[in-house]
Design a protein around this ligand. Structure first.
Ligand SMILES: NC(=O)C1=CN([C@@H]2O[C@H](COP(=O)(O)OP(=O)(O)OC[C@H]3O[C@@H](n4cnc5c(N)ncnc54)[C@H](O)[C@@H]3O)[C@@H](O)[C@H]2O)C=CC1
Ligand SMILES: O=C(O)C(=O)COP(=O)(O)O
Length: 411
C-alpha cells in the first residue's frame, strides 16, 4: 500500500446515494478506514457540512454538486460519479478548484440497453394498459393495436455506448435500426444513419433517446418533434428528463398521436425513495414509468462501485488522472524511493519554471517529472528524493507559487 501525504486513516471518504458496498470494500482493501456511507442523497445543508470534512466524495445522479457546493469541499481531492452522467456536477468549477472528477463510462450501459429492448416489446404489444386492466379486474383479449417488433423500425437518438448496444440487440430481434448522432459514428450491423433528427422521427415506429444532458439536448424532443413522429409511434426516454418536454409528450399520449411511452428519467425527480413522485404522465395506462432505474441492476452497480473506487484510490495513492472527465490526464508509474509532489495550477506562463526553482534552489534532484495541461489548468507531478521534513517544506513552497490551485505530496 502506498502511503499518502497524511495517514490513510485521516482521509475521509464520503459515499452517498447507496453506492454499492463493493466501492467501500475497495477503499478498505487499499487501507482507507474513515468511510462514511449514506443510502440517499443529502439535503443541501447536510451535504455542505459533510463535504467540508471529506477528502473524497462519491455520488450518483441525484446529488447536485454546483460551484458553491464544490467549493464547500475545501479538503476535497477528488470526486467520483458512480454513474455515467456527470451533468449533476459543475465540472469546470471542480477543475478550477483542482479537483478531478472520475465516472464509470460503460459499466451500466448493458442494463439500460436490456431495459429499453424489453420496454419496446411491451409497448408494441400494449402490455402496460392490458396489465393495468387485468389488475382492475378487466379482460380484453384482442390483437387490436398489438404488434411484433420484428420488421419494425427503431430510431436511436444518440448512437453512443448505450445506443449502439440497443441497435445490435434490436437487429438480432429482426428490427430495422436507424440512428441520429451529432458525431460521425460507425454503423454497426445493418444500422443506417437517418440523416437528421426529423428524418429519424418520421421513419421510426419506436424512438429511443440516449443523448447526454447538454444545452443542445435540453427539450430536444418537444411538441414540434413529437408532431413529426409517425401516428401511433412509441417514445422511450432513459437518458435525462430535460431531453423531453414532458407536457408535450403527455398531450400527444392523450390525443393518441403517440401510442405509448416508457420514461425512466424526469425533469424533476424525487430527492429520495420516501418523497412523492409527481408527473403529468402519472395515471396513464399506456406509459411505463420507472424511477430512474435504467442502470440500477446489482451487476451494474457492483461493476461501477469497483471501477470508480479503483480510479479514486489510484488518484489518491499515485496521482494518476487517467480517464478523469474534467482534468488533464496523466498516467504515472510507481514512485519507489522518491516522494511524489502533485501540483495543480492555473495554466499561466512561468509556473513550471517556478516549480523547478523550488527544487533547484534547495539542490534537490528531480527523478521524474510529468506535465499535462489544458487551456485552463496544468497538472505537474514531480518525483524527488528528500526526507519527510524537507518534503513538507517543499510542498509549502510549491503551494506558495502564484496560480497554485492544490498541492499534495505522496510519501
Ligand atoms: N436511465 C439511467 O439510469 C441511465 C441514463 N444514462 C444517460 O444516458 C446517456 C447516454 O449514455 P451513453 O450511451 O453511455 O453515452 P455516450 O456518450 O456513449 O453516447 C451519447 C451519444 O449522444 C451523442 N449526442 C450528444 N449530443 C447529441 C445531440 N445533441 N444530438 C444527437 N446526438 C447527440 C453523442 O455524440 C454520443 O454518441 C448518459 O449521458 C446518461 O445521461 C446513462 C446510464 C444510465
Ligand atoms: O449513469 C447514469 O448517468 C445514470 O443516469 C444512472 O444514475 P444512478 O446511478 O442510477 O443515479
Amino acid at each position: 500500500m502506498s502511503p499518502t501525504s497524511f495517514p490513510k486513516s485521516d482521509i475521509r471518504v464520503l459515499l452517498l446515494e447507496g453506492i454499492s458496498p463493493t466501492a467501500a470494500q475497495i477503499f478498505v482493501d487499499a487501507g482507507y478506514s474513515d468511510i462514511r456511507r449514506f443510502e440517499k442523497a443529502l439535503p443541501p445543508e447536510q451535504l455542505a457540512a459533510e463535504l467540508r470534512e471529506a477528502h473524497i466524495v462519491g455520488i450518483r445522479s441525484r446529488t447536485k454538486l454546483d460551484a458553491a457546493m464544490v467549493n464547500e469541499g475545501r479538503k476535497l481531492i477528488a470526486i467520483g460519479a458512480f454513474c455515467i452522467g456527470t451533468n449533476q456536477i459543475d465540472l469546470g468549477a471542480a477543475k478550477l478548484a483542482g479537483i478531478p472528477v472520475f465516472n464509470a463510462p460503460y459499466s451500466n450501459t448493458r442494463s439500460v440497453a436490456e431495459l429499453v429492448i424489453a420496454e419496446a416489446i411491451m409497448l408494441m404489444r400494449g402490455i402496460p394498459q392490458k396489465s393495468a386492466e387485468c389488475h382492475r379486474g378487466g379482460w380484453s383479449k384482442s390483437a387490436s393495436g398489438s404488434h411484433e417488433i420484428r420488421g419494425k423500425t427503431l430510431g436511436i437518438v444518440g448512437y453512443g455506448h448505450i445506443g449502439t448496444q440497443i441497435g445490435v440487440m434490436a437487429e438480432a430481434l429482426g428490427m430495422h435500426v436507424i440512428y441520429h448522432d451529432i458525431e460521425t459514428k460507425l454503423a454497426l450491423g445493418n444500422a443506417r444513419n437517418a440523416g437528421d433528427l426529423d428524418a429519424l422521427l418520421a421513419m421510426s415506429d419506436i424512438v429511443t433517446l440516449h443523448v447526454p444532458e447538454t444545452p443542445a439536448t435540453q427539450r430536444m424532443i418537444g411538441a414540434t418533434q413529437i408532431a413529426k413522429m409517425k401516428p401511433g409511434a412509441h417514445l422511450l426516454n432513459a437518458s435525462r428528463g430535460t431531453v423531453v418536454d414532458i407536457d408535450a409528450l403527455a398531450d400527444a399520449l392523450r390525443t393518441g398521436h403517440i401510442a405509448g411511452a416508457a420514461v425512466d428519467v424526469f425533469p424533476l425527480e424525487p430527492e429520495g425513495n420516501a418523497d412523492p413522485f409527481v408527473s403529468p404522465l402519472c395515471g396513464m395506462d399506456n406509459v411505463i414509468l420507472t424511477p430512474h432505474i435504467g442502470g440500477s441492476t446489482l451487476e451494474a452497480q457492483d461493476n461501477i462501485g469497483a471501477e470508480v473506487a479503483a480510479k479514486l484510490v489510484r488518484y489518491s495513492d499515485n496521482g494518476s488522472t487517467l480517464s478523469a472527465v474534467n482534468f488533464p490526464e496523466v498516467t504515472l508509474p510507481g514512485h519507489v524511493g522518491s516522494h511524489r509532489f502533485l501540483h495543480i495550477h492555473r495554466n499561466v506562463p512561468g509556473v513550471l519554471s517556478r516549480i523547478n526553482e523550488v527544487f533547484s534552489a534547495r539542490g534537490i534532484n528531480i527523478d521524474g517529472q510529468y506535465l499535462r495541461t489544458d487551456p485552463e489548468v496544468g497538472y505537474v507531478v514531480i518525483d524527488a528524493a528528500s526526507d519527510r521534513e524537507e518534503a513538507n517544506r517543499l510542498r509549502e513552497a510549491l503551494a506558495g507559487i502564484e496560480g497554485t490551485l492544490r498541492t499534495r505530496v505522496l510519501y
